[in-house]
Design a protein around this ligand. Sequence first.
Ligand code: MG
Length: 287
Amino acid sequence: MKFARYEVNGRSPKIGLVVDNELIDLSGVAPSMQAVINLSNEGMAMIAQHANRSSRLPLSEVKLLAPLLPRRNVMCLGKNYADHAHEMQKANDEPVELPKYPVVFTKATTAVSGPTDPVPFNPQLSEKMDYEVELALIIGKQGKNIPAEQAMEYVFGYMVLNDVTARDLQRQGKQFFKGKSLDGCCPTGPWIVTRDELPIPHDLEIRCLVNGEEKQASNTRNMIFDIPITIAYLSNGMTLLPGDIIATGTPDGVGAARTPPQFLRPGDVLTSIVEGVGELRNVVTAV
Ligand code: MG
């Protein structure tokens, strides 16, 4: 199933089920995406029944919003594609090597934005705004010390995420948090595709375009730490909660590693695509 959060004419956000190019309103059964994630199997069956009887709205008549407003920071993997790890190490004059352990940082909840929201550009904050297309997963149930062999059972679903980064702020300190957390710097969506619809998340084309020009193109099979290993690592001694978002890292091709570097400018159209999940389209907008 595909679950979206949406609004019509600026009215309060609703949850809907996406079927082909239409949306089925789930307001009667699911007040929030967190409620959908918390549903039991019986609850999911109820949604399917409800969908059969409900009227449909063309997707073109709604505004899709960030599918899920997380309760705590978005967890992100850095340097999780070898080609990206190497391009960043070269650009930073660091030794070229693969990480031995997952590199984990977070983005503030307030950075999270929707699939068509603008990416704010304020040159007084940053002149080095960069793009990072990623496959994000959403945790479906609470777990701690999850073995890799059971980890996929803890995945509720997937969405596209762009880990938009202010490189100058990222490099000011030893921690990435500030440079990763400016408002509107975490476009997500366009919906959450449930795990059953994407049985093999490690063979998906992943691409990022700026003004229609392909900047990143890879496949999720190139992740260094795959989803089960990432969940096992994160949950080791640290409880994962339903609704946690984990971004699995970006492939090579980011602006900071180009010669010369190419950063986002106002008016740029950023398109982020993951095969089988969907597409985000965000315009960089001066504020
Ligand atoms: Mg990233």
